[in-house]
Write a protein that binds this ligand. Sequence first.
Ligand code: PRP
Length: 171
Amino acid sequence: MLITPEEIGERVRELGQSLSRDYAGKDPLLVGVLKGAVVFMADLMRAADIPLAADFIAVGSYGGTTRSSGVVKITADLSVSIEERHVVIVEDIIDTGRTIGYLKRNLETRRPASLRVMALLDKIERREVEVELDYVGFTIPNHFVVGYGLDYRGRYRNLPCVAVLEEEPRG
Ligand code: PRP
């Protein structure tokens, strides 16, 4: 176990408070990136005590099986316009940075009033693309992690903690 459910709960509460403070009176739109961010998003929303809206976006990669190609595509788009909205992208983990880099560029073209990123986990050693993260829950070492939304081949998303897979898969 890398991060316990109690540690996650405490940090998510703090992040919710940060949102409440920074976005008071701004009616922010939280954009969760499917599927990994679902668990974090659900807890984060309830940790914020200001009016806010939530939407989701799904991304995949062209061609190959991994996203390391860096070519990202939107597989399910937002259901609302973000023009003039204060938008916070909510991610479970930032790895190479390619996905969030693409999403930021894409959403920026839709003219939001502001655009920030909140990530629960930052695997900074793996970064290939420089991206500014506005809120980070935990900076973690370069292990393959699962739980609290993160999967290995579709499994383990429902673990209440963040855990390291002992047999680390390649890629
Ligand atoms: C994960 C995570 C980010 C992306 C980060 O998604 O949720 O979207 O990878 O990697 P990057 O910084 O190298 O681009 P994943 O591909 O596991 O999809 P999932 O959320 O549906 O599990």
